[in-house]
Design a protein around this ligand. Structure first.
Ligand SMILES: Cc1ncc(COP(=O)(O)O)c(C=O)c1O
Length: 431
């Protein structure tokens, strides 16, 4: 409080007009009695309203993986904002972005939405429509945005129900969703064998319950199973884009039927995309009629708007480029090396994992292989201690677990500062 008087005062004043004192309910989850209010952000840093500077390893939970307000994007957005923001008509940028997405991910045809949640929701609708099946399959403790079908968890007896915290589920998700553990091929096959799964909605590596990497050969086998049982594969690269310019899809040569990518695609200007295979495209056109295309539950007035597309073009052309990924990945290696050394030195039963430019520490001796293992290892109080300790020393981690992300503007000294803070926090814990 003493160090953040203006944030504390703004939070108190916000109780008068904002539900819970925050503009969006997740912002209550930051460690500490109130969230810090931001004055400005640039690159890998931001300054709060009390003029304290922070190294930002949260980066808007990936929305700002490009670094905050890259100049080239800010200029493209400013230029476009003066020339029209939204029209419900295409601009030329959409072609450039479509071609670039095709080149990066290998899927031929693309559509735009405002959020990755919407892209997932529309991809699910398409999968249901063209397969004429009603269930979707997700992995235990996945996160794909506020998609109703995905807030389902599997209980110890194998039955499915609403995930803890699920607010007002429209139906019991057992009606819409099958849930299996990641990295469990027999369970996946057993679920697909019901022949009612329209699609598997998956992150290629789980990132929202800590990082969980696929076993060697997992995706090759899982893709074969999906095809054998007539289920589509939707790969959600919204976070796993940290693996490289074409996400895990390109790195691991995956062949999804539909691919979703949002958040950093426009450097945080709202926008997301989904792309599909030629076969999916043909099956869609066979079932969707021109006269009904505006009331079919896919689309949005502001989706594909001129401003989003200008931001996406500038981001993909100049910011999230191969050389930037090379740097970011090296920095993430430095991060994991530093954290692993401190964990070893303190003899703690913890580990640190990395996926491209993203790193995460978990409170288990070995990296978890599935969502349940990772969820069981989480420790809310310990996380909050580590997050608040870092925040008070000028380092911001995501509020949800122990994730750190590198952006093109992150420096080695930013990474080392985190390692130093992490080491000091551990010392306080063990002494
Ligand atoms: C993998 C994944 N997909 C989709 C989303 C949804 O993104 P948004 O909240 O921007 O709709 C998220 C958000 O965290 C995510 O992690």
């Amino acid at each position: 409080m003493l160090d953040h008087p203006r944030s504390a005062a703004l939070y108190r004043a916000a109780q008068n007009s904002l539900l819970g004192g925050v503009p969006m309910n997740w912002m209550k989850k930051w460690a500490g009695p109130f969230p810090i209010f931001v004055k400005s952000a640039k690159g890998a840093h931001f300054t709060d309203v009390d003029n304290r500077d922070y190294i930002d390893l949260c980066l808007g939970d990936t929305g700002a993986m490009t670094g905050h307000s890259p100049d080239v994007v800010a200029e493209a957005v400013a230029r476009q904002a003066r020339q029209g923001i939204t029209l419900m008509l295409p601009t030329e940028d959409s072609l450039w972005v479509g071609e670039e997405l095709k080149r990066r991910f290998g899927l031929p045809l693309w559509q735009f939405t405002l959020t990755a949640t919407d892209a997932n929701r529309f991809a699910i609708r398409i999968a249901r429509e063209i397969t004429q099946r009603n269930k979707i399959l997700v992995f235990q403790y996945c996160y794909h945005g506020t998609v109703d079908e995905s807030f389902a968890t599997m209980h110890a007896d194998g039955t499915v129900g609403p995930r803890r915290g699920n607010i007002g589920p429209p139906v019991n998700p057992a009606e819409t969703t099958r849930v299996v553990e990641f990295n469990d091929l027999p369970a996946l096959e057993a679920a697909l064998q019901h022949n009612d799964v329209a699609c598997i909605l998956a992150e290629p590596a789980m990132t929202n319950v800590g990082i969980i990497l696929p076993d060697e050969g997992y995706w090759a086998a899982a893709q074969t199973l999906a095809r054998r049982y007539g289920s589509l594969l939707i790969v959600d690269e919204t976070h796993t884009i940290c693996a490289g310019p074409g996400g895990c899809t390109r790195e691991w040569k995956l062949t999804p039927d539909i691919l979703v990518f949002g958040k950093p695609i426009g450097s945080g200007i709202p926008g997301a995309t989904y792309g599909c295979s030629e076969e999916v495209a043909q099956r869609i056109s066979a079932r969707i009629h021109l006269e009904d295309c505006d009331v079919g539950g896919i689309g949005g007035t502001l989706a594909g708007n001129a401003l989003s597309l200008a931001a996406m073009r500038a981001t993909l052309e100049h910011v999230l480029v191969p050389t930037a990924f090379e740097r970011m990945i090296e920095l993430a290696k430095r991060f994991t090396d530093g954290v692993a050394a401190e964990i070893r030195a303190a003899n703690l039963p913890w580990n640190v994992t990395r996926l491209g430019a993203r790193a995460e520490y978990t409170f288990t001796p070995h990296p978890p292989r599935n969502g349940s293992e990772s969820y069981a290892a989480s420790d809310f109080e310990l996380e909050r201690f580590l997050h608040l300790y870092a925040l008070n020393r000028g380092v911001l981690l995501t509020p949800f677990h122990n994730m750190a992300l590198m952006c093109p503007a992150t420096t080695e000294s930013d990474v080392d500062e985190h390692t130093k803070t992490f080491a000091a926090a551990i010392q306080e814990l063990i002494t």
